[in-house]
Design a binder for this molecule. Structure first.
Ligand code: SF4
Length: 323
């Protein structure tokens, strides 16, 4: 088997909570709790789950924007988690991120041209100012913007256009992998489709690999090759996209899917409403984290944590009674 582009092994991230006069660590938020997966070159892995499930923290730990507590991240056979600052800076050419809020991630004092040129300067990707300007124009056109937009500031653009600027900035260094951290969550539904279509076109054109993080299964359905569902820091199900949408195995995935509207009005889907809220990640429930809300939980579930097991065809599920 060939080495995947990205391999995440037993990733853990705990955020310390400090308190008292001496600001001692009094507790921990268990944000990511032993996550493992692989992503092949040219694939899109969708990562889905409710707020606080650890999906964005997982994406940021992969890029080392947040330091993982333990676990390993491998990119093209290189151990990202063991890299020093110099190696990480070089790696940022290969791995980029697009953020949920494009406005917050774009420096309001810089023109769009300067924002995109920044990455070219850092990685010494243009020899002359002429070459730099040509490349910025080319990138703007690639993401559906106009050459004269380079002289404008971020606040002069709509949300969708600002996300295109963020995508242009990420593309400037010709990355292999882009972590798309809820890139359409802040946009109107009609604009969401345009940005997703753009990302799909760019993937085909530049052979990009995406880790596409979203809180809604309907958003990742069309763009993802495979989808991982996360609950309270753990992956509870991972499967090829079609298998996950047509044959979900985990009760949590079933509940998430039941909330996704079906375009065909003749097809009815029974809505599964989960009781209660997502438990506090400072004190996740023992055993299966989902047992406090699971409609089919049994005594064993609150004692023993299920591990991901193979259900065939690349479908894996973490449930004692499914798969
Ligand atoms: Fe539900 Fe138990 Fe399966 Fe967890 S292990 S999903 S609580 S049945």
């Amino acid at each position: 088997m060939t080495e995947p582009l990205l391999r995440v092994e037993n990733l853990v991230k705990q955020f310390p909570i400090r308190g008292g006069l001496l600001s001692r660590v009094v507790d921990k938020v268990h944000a990511v709790d032993g996550v493992s997966f692989e992503v092949g070159a040219g694939e899109t892995l969708g990562i889905v789950g409710e707020s606080g499930c650890g999906k964005s923290t997982t994406g940021r730990c992969i890029l080392r924007l947040i330091e993982p507590t333990s676990g390993e991240v491998w990119f093209e056979g290189r151990n990202v988690t063991a890299m020093d600052k110099t190696a990480l800076r070089a790696l940022s050419r290969d791995m980029q991120i697009i953020f949920q809020d494009p406005y917050a991630s774009l420096n309001p004092r810089l023109t769009v041209g300067a924002i995109i040129a920044e990455a070219l300067i850092i990685h010494k990707l243009a020899k002359t100012s002429r070459e730099m300007e040509d490349r910025v124009v080319q990138l703007l056109e690639t993401v559906g913007l106009q050459p004269d937009h380079m002289r404008r500031f971020p606040h002069e653009f709509s949300g969708g256009q600002r996300q295109r600027i963020g995508i242009g900035r990420a593309l400037a260094v010709e990355p292999k992998l882009i972590v798309c951290d809820e890139p359409v969550s802040a946009l109107d539904v009609s604009i969401q489709a345009q940005v997703i279509n753009l990302l799909e076109d760019l993937q085909a054109k530049f052979n990009l690999t995406y880790l596409f993080i979203a809180h809604d299964l309907s958003v990742v359905e069309h763009i993802s090759t495979r989808v991982a569902v996360m609950y309270l820091g753990r992956v509870v199900e991972i499967a090829p996209s079609h298998a996950l949408y047509t044959n979900p195995l985990h009760p949590y995935t079933e509940a998430l899917l039941s909330a996704v509207p079906i375009p065909d009005p003749t097809v009815k889907r029974k809505r599964i409403r989960l009781e209660g809220d997502v438990p506090n990640p400072i004190r996740p429930p023992p055993g299966c984290h989902f047992h406090t809300r699971c409609p089919i939980a049994q005594a064993r579930c609150s004692i023993e944590a299920p591990t991901l097991k193979d259900a065939g065809g690349g479908h894996q599920v973490a449930c004692h009674f499914r798969g």
